[in-house]
Design a protein around this ligand. Structure first.
Ligand SMILES: NC(=O)C1=CN([C@@H]2O[C@H](COP(=O)(O)OP(=O)(O)OC[C@H]3O[C@@H](n4cnc5c(N)ncnc54)[C@H](O)[C@@H]3O)[C@@H](O)[C@H]2O)C=CC1
Ligand SMILES: O=C(O)C1=N[C@H](C(=O)O)C[C@H](O)C1
Length: 252
C-alpha cells in the first residue's frame, strides 16, 4: 500500500488528487496539509506548520504538492528531511527557488517535478520540440489561457514550452504581449489569457510565408493532471534520490 500525504489538500488540484487516491485500491490517503484545517475523503487536513509532525507520525511514502511556489519550497525541504518521496506540480518558481529545491532533493529523495502532469501535454511538448527543429526560421508565438483564479503567469507549461524552444533554437528574445508600434524581428511572442473556468489551453504557432502550423493542447478537466500526478506517485517510490520528469515516468 502506498501511503500518500497531499499538500494543498483543500485546493482545486488537491481535492481532485484526493478523490483519485481514495479510489485507488493500492493507495492510502494518510493526511493532508493546507493553510486551514479540514477533511479530505475522511482524512484529516492540518495546517501547513504541522507538516513535519504529520510526516513523522504517518510516515507516508510520498508527498504530492500542488500549492504556491513559496509554500512548496518549504514543504519540499521538510519532506526531503523526512525521507519522503515527492511529486511537485506547483508552478511559478523563481530560478533561486528552483535551485533551493534541487539542493534539497538531489541525493536525498526521489522526486518527479513537472509543470504539467497530463499525458497529452507531455506528447505536445515533444511535438513542439520536433517542429522547432524543422521550423526555426518561422515566426513563433506561444499562447496560453487559464481560469480567472490562476496566480502565476505565464503558466508553468508555457515556460516549459519556452525552455524547449530555447534548447532547440538558442536564447531568443521573448516579447510578452504587444502594444503600439511594433516591428517583428526574431523574437518569440508570448500571450496570456485569464478568464472564467478555463482549465488550461496552450498553443504554439509557427508562421511562415503562405502557411502556418499550430500545435495545441486543451484540457477539459483537471482530472487529467491529477491522474498523471498519481501515476507519477506510484512510479517514484523506491527510485534513486534525484529529480525526474513526467517524461521519465511515461518512458517517452
Ligand atoms: N503540474 C500540473 O500538472 C498542474 C499544476 N498546477 C499548479 O498547482 C498549483 C495549485 O493549483 P490549484 O489547485 O488550482 O490552486 P488552489 O489555489 O485551488 O489550491 C492551492 C491550495 O494550496 C493551499 N496552500 C497555500 N499555502 C499552503 C501551504 N503553505 N501548505 C499547504 N497548502 C497551502 C491553498 O490554501 C489552496 O487550498 C498552482 O501552482 C498551479 O499552477 C495546477 C494544475 C496542474
Ligand atoms: O493553474 C492551473 O490551473 C494549471 N497550471 C499548470 C501550469 O501553470 O502550466 C498546468 C495546467 O495548465 C493548469
Amino acid at each position: 500500500m502506498i501511503k500518500v500525504v497531499i499538500s494543498g489538500a483543500l485546493g482545486r488540484m488537491g481535492t481532485t488528487i484526493g478523490r483519485i487516491v481514495d479510489e485507488s485500491p493500492d493507495m492510502e490517503l494518510v493526511g493532508g496539509i493546507d493553510i486551514r484545517e479540514g477533511t479530505l475523503y475522511g482524512t484529516q487536513v492540518v495546517p501547513a506548520e504541522k507538516l513535519d509532525e504529520l510526516l513523522k507520525e504517518k510516515k507516508p511514502d510520498v508527498l504530492i504538492d500542488f500549492t504556491i511556489a513559496a509554500a512548496a519550497v518549504e514543504n519540499i525541504k521538510i519532506a526531503a528531511q523526512n525521507n519522503v518521496a515527492l511529486i511537485v506540480g506547483t508552478t511559478g518558481f523563481s530560478p533561486e527557488q528552483r535551485e533551493t529545491i534541487r539542493t534539497a532533493i538531489e541525493g536525498n529523495v526521489p522526486a518527479v517535478i513537472s509543470s504539467n502532469f497530463s499525458v497529452g501535454v507531455n506528447i505536445f511538448w515533444k511535438l513542439v520540440r520536433e517542429a522547432a527543429r524543422e521550423l526555426g526560421d518561422y515566426d513563433i508565438e506561444v499562447t496560453e489561457a487559464h481560469h480567472r483564479h490562476k496566480k502565476d503567469a505565464p503558466s508553468g507549461t508555457a515556460k516549459t514550452i519556452l525552455e524547449i524552444l530555447d534548447q532547440e533554437l538558442g536564447n531568443r528574445e521573448k516579447v510578452y504581449g504587444r502594444v503600439g508600434e511594433t516591428e517583428r524581428k526574431g523574437e518569440i511572442g508570448v500571450h496570456v489569457i485569464r478568464g472564467g473556468d478555463i482549465v488550461g489551453d496552450h498553443a504554439v504557432l509557427f508562421a511562415g510565408n503562405f502557411e502556418c502550423i499550430e500545435i495545441s493542447h486543451r484540457a477539459y478537466d483537471r482530472a487529467i493532471f491529477a491522474q498523471g500526478a498519481v501515476r507519477a506517485a506510484r512510479w517514484v517510490v523506491g527510485r534513486e534520490p534525484r529529480i525526474y520528469s513526467m517524461q521519465d515516468v511515461l518512458g517517452i
